[in-house]
Design a protein around this ligand. Structure first.
Ligand code: FUC
Length: 850
């Protein structure tokens, strides 16, 4: 009810204020008609009104709905807590009534340190490994490789790198709040624990006796610190103590009124002293309406208050040596000078500048009001809840906005959130799908700038990748394998069955070029071109002719992380060439050639790439009608393996399509059918995208249902199989965020596609999403698109040019009586082959109605 009231009030204000606001904005920022001083005042007025409009607890601008989910009880496991993040700082409160635990994270908190991991002897065995592969003695090649062609040192320490040089992304610590109540025997009523995605705020509210308690928490996008606001609606009814802890390597102390936690992690080399990354946190409590604040050496206590603001500042010295010193104090004092509503408003305003760019309405269901765990359970039985997919989609955008920011790091295997020292797989940057999948929604869901931390991270790997290229392959350019961390690890992993993948840099370069395709920003392309060129150059040197087939192949390599049976019965992973490698390399070479052409450079190199590209084995259909995963018709050991690497060319690549390569598309469909649907979380997310590209909306939706399958037993809390945790985190299991991002991208892929230069609205609409609309999605070549549909048929499509250019649009089947408008004026355009082309200047809009 409160939401509706807020909404109605704010909507009314909008209607009244918006026209005035527009006038003020044009005067303030255009400023031809007024003096400089007046313009400054106008600017101030504009910003105040704007922040008021955004600041009033307002739901989604386009749909009028608050995007949120809730629980009706405190969390019992971490995967029921609510993830908050401002890209750098993460908090996950469990909403406990007597004791509340808030897990703290910081995106750069890694143990380990920079090392030389290039094995100087590896290269000497390369020729022998290749010879054995070309003689068909793959098992022997693999044995030799296991002994010689691995990184120096312990690599990822088999996924337990916390105390090894490789390091691990780790829990920052816990903030523990212990609440006491005027009358402990009073019962609890009306408990709600909500994550509001529209505002990036977690809240808890309940009634104990006659007192209403309200908690709000956020990780501020404007102030770069954590904010917790506690309110009781009766005098002196708010009493609590606050402490901090961490399982190891931290000390707690008091500094004036602030509680401090300081520590240093192992660098993985010195086992006795901690010589790695430093970290620190400073917590301050403000009591705006009075109360008693006292402190011990390790805790702060508040008695007889009715309102408290807890400010949580934390940092590491990874980016900034001062990150553990003065900066912490600076964030606190800046925040302390503002009241809570200002802190909240500024935070929401900053967050919404990203979140509000896209709306998605897939229709109302009867389950919108259910607690999220009940909603997931109901969905597992009956898929008639279209709003759940829209929520999941926006949750993915929320997670991306919350876990990465320009100038910081890309989201790791768990985004920003972990609750242990030994994070699964070190919470690192796995590069044979996972880190890339984290960024699949970035462009299409209008969060293009959130692609940049990955792109910067990729560029940072180049010097180390060049050393690795030289040491292992005696090649120019740069290479990286499956493992990535914050210490520029680029060598092969310690176990070649998974560690030998060497097309990761090439795959990362697909992201570099995709960002260009969406933005057409030439200055950006000039900046990333050397990184693409270096990745391509590596393969110019590393590709070798297979004497049997005469094709150029990557060798040694794998098809991640699958194995096959040799005729002699041996189970082997290592091979010469794999379909995925070929698809990625064709794409890398094509993109690099295209980029060189756009920039007018390197024509000789481009010709060399084109010649090499022609000598790669094309994607081939095997006797069984499926796409061959390896270059030879090996029998796979695990036909339902989670990696579907040989369909890279279907998604995220673009060499297999229904329109241009129908036979390959059919073979891809067969491959998917044999692979099966059920798998780990991210694998199912990938398959949503595959089926969307095959334009089978119902199968994509079926996979979305599998991805949303509740994986935690309600009573025992035991976790079984891939799916979703109660808080919508994706379950590999364990929690891996790639599935969330892959699922979000998959939903977008069902609604809009532009990979072949053709814009197609609703290419894979499932029958479950009969009526709906979206706005603000992005297409390649710099367009922003919106659509509406009724009974499964597109009724309106809009395209706005963010970059001027020519856009090719595929018309739907029901286009016989369409009307076209450009900048609100009717136009008529020729229809060729069921498509129209429209030329738009920047900001111009084209509308198609059916
Ligand atoms: C890839 C996958 C695993 C896991 C790991 C983090 O190597 O094969 O399933 O997701 O990354």
């Amino acid at each position: 009810m409160a939401i509706i009231n807020d909404y109605v009030i704010c909507k009314a204000f909008r209607v009244i204020l918006q026209p005035g606001l527009q006038w003020i904005a044009s005067s303030a920022f255009d400023g031809k008609t007024i003096t400089r001083n007046n313009r400054m005042n106008m600017k101030g007025l504009y910003l105040i009104l704007l922040s008021f409009l955004f600041g009033c607890n307002l739901p989604d601008m386009q749909t009028g709905k608050e995007v949120s989910y809730y629980f009706d009880q405190p969390a019992q496991i971490w995967e029921e807590t609510l993830p908050l993040g401002n890209d750098r700082i993460g908090m996950m409160p469990d909403g406990g009534i007597e004791r509340e635990n808030v897990v703290l994270n910081e995106i750069s908190l890694w143990s380990g340190s920079k090392q030389d991991t290039d094995n100087p002897y590896a290269y000497y065995s390369l020729a022998n490994i290749r010879r054995l592969l070309f003689e068909g003695r793959n098992d022997e090649a693999q044995d030799l490789m296991y002994k010689t062609f691995v990184c120096k040192g312990t690599g990822s320490n088999l996924g337990d790198g916390a105390n090894a040089p490789y390091g691990s992304y780790q829990l920052f610590g816990n903030l523990v709040l212990r609440y006491t109540y005027p009358n402990e025997s009073d019962s609890i009523a009306e408990y709600r624990r909500r994550l509001n995605l529209s505002e990036a705020i977690a809240s808890v509210s309940f009634k104990r006796g006659n007192v209403n308690y309200q908690r709000e928490m956020f990780t501020s996008f404007s102030g770069d610190l954590g904010v917790i606001h506690l309110v009781a609606d009766a005098d002196r009814a708010l009493n609590f103590s606050l402490g901090m802890n961490r399982p190891e390597h931290a000390t707690i102390s008091l500094d004036g009124k602030d509680l401090l936690m300081r520590g240093q992690l192992p660098d993985g080399v010195d086992t006795l002293e901690m010589k790695g990354m430093r970290f620190a946190s400073r917590v301050r409590i403000v009591l705006p309406k009075g109360g008693d604040l006292t402190a011990t050496d390790s805790s702060l206590s508040v008695r007889s208050a009715s309102e408290a603001i807890i400010l949580v500042s934390l940092g590491t010295d990874y980016f900034d040596k001062d990150g553990v010193g003065q900066s912490l104090e600076k964030y606190l004092s800046q925040a302390e000078s503002k009241d809570f509503s200002t802190l909240r408003r500024e935070h929401t305003l900053a967050y919404r500048s990203l979140f509000d760019r896209v709306s998605l309405d897939l229709g109302k269901g009867e389950r919108d009001h259910l607690p999220i765990h009940e909603r997931l359970a109901a969905f597992a039985q009956d898929k008639n809840d279209p709003g759940l997919a829209a929520l999941y989609f926006q949750f993915g955008r929320y997670l991306l906005i919350s876990s990465t920011r320009q100038g910081l790091l890309p989201p790791n295997l768990q985004g920003l959130w972990c609750n242990t020292i030994h994070t699964p797989w070190n919470g690192d940057y796995h590069l044979n799908i996972n880190l890339q999948m984290n960024h699949w929604p970035a462009e299409v869901t209008n969060l293009s700038e959130l692609h940049l931390p990955l792109i910067e991270w990729t560029k940072q790997q180049v010097p180390s990748g060049e050393r690795t290229a030289k040491a292992f392959y005696n090649a120019r350019g740069w290479v990286t394998h499956i493992l990535g961390n914050v210490w520029e690890f680029t060598a092969p992993g310690e176990h070649p069955s998974w560690g030998a993948t060497n097309t990761s840099a090439a795959w990362l370069c697909e992201h570099l070029y995709t960002h260009y395709q969406y933005t057409l920003d030439k200055a950006y392309l000039r900046d990333v071109y050397p990184t693409m060129k270096g990745a391509a150059q590596f393969f110019v040197d590393m590709l070798v002719q297979d004497p049997r087939t005469k094709y150029l192949v990557t060798a040694p390599t794998t098809s991640p992380e699958n194995a096959y049976k040799m005729p002699n019965g041996s189970v082997v992973s290592i091979c010469a060439g794999s379909t995925m490698d070929n698809q990625i390399l064709r794409e890398l070479f094509t993109n690099t050639i295209e980029a060189a052409g756009i920039l007018g450079v390197d024509s000789v190199f481009a010709a060399e790439l084109a010649a090499k590209r022609d000598r790669l084995m094309p994607t081939t259909i095997g006797k069984d009608g499926r796409i061959m995963e390896w270059l030879e018709p090996y029998e796979e050991v695990e036909p339902t393996h989670r990696h579907v690497s040989h369909l890279y060319g279907l998604y995220p690549g673009n060499e297999i399509s229904i329109e241009h390569t129908p036979e390959l598309a059919e073979a891809a469909r067969k491959s998917l059918e044999v692979r099966g649907d059920q798998s780990t979380g991210w694998s199912m997310a990938w398959k949503i995208n595959f089926w969307a590209r095959l334009q089978d909306g119902d199968h994509a939706y079926k996979l979305l249902g599998d991805l949303l399958r509740p994986c935690v037993d309600e009573h025992t809390k035991e976790v079984k199989g891939g799916g979703s945790y109660p808080n919508l985190f994706c379950a590999h299991p364990p929690f891996q965020i790639d599935g969330n991002f892959g699922g979000t991208a998959g939903i977008a892929e069902m609604l809009i596609q532009s990979q072949s230069g053709l814009i197609e609205f609703l290419p894979a609409l499932p029958s479950a999403w009969k009526n709906g609309s979206f706005s603000g999605l992005k297409v390649r070549n710099g367009g922003e698109v919106s659509a509406k549909w009724t009974e499964g048929l597109l009724t309106e499509a809009r395209l706005k040019a963010i970059v001027p250019g020519s856009f090719l649009i595929k018309l739907p089947a029901n286009s016989a009586n369409m009307s076209l408008k450009k900048n609100q004026k009717p136009v008529s355009l020729p229809v060729v082959d069921g498509k129209v082309t429209v030329d738009l200047l920047q900001g111009e809009e084209f509308v198609l109605q059916f």
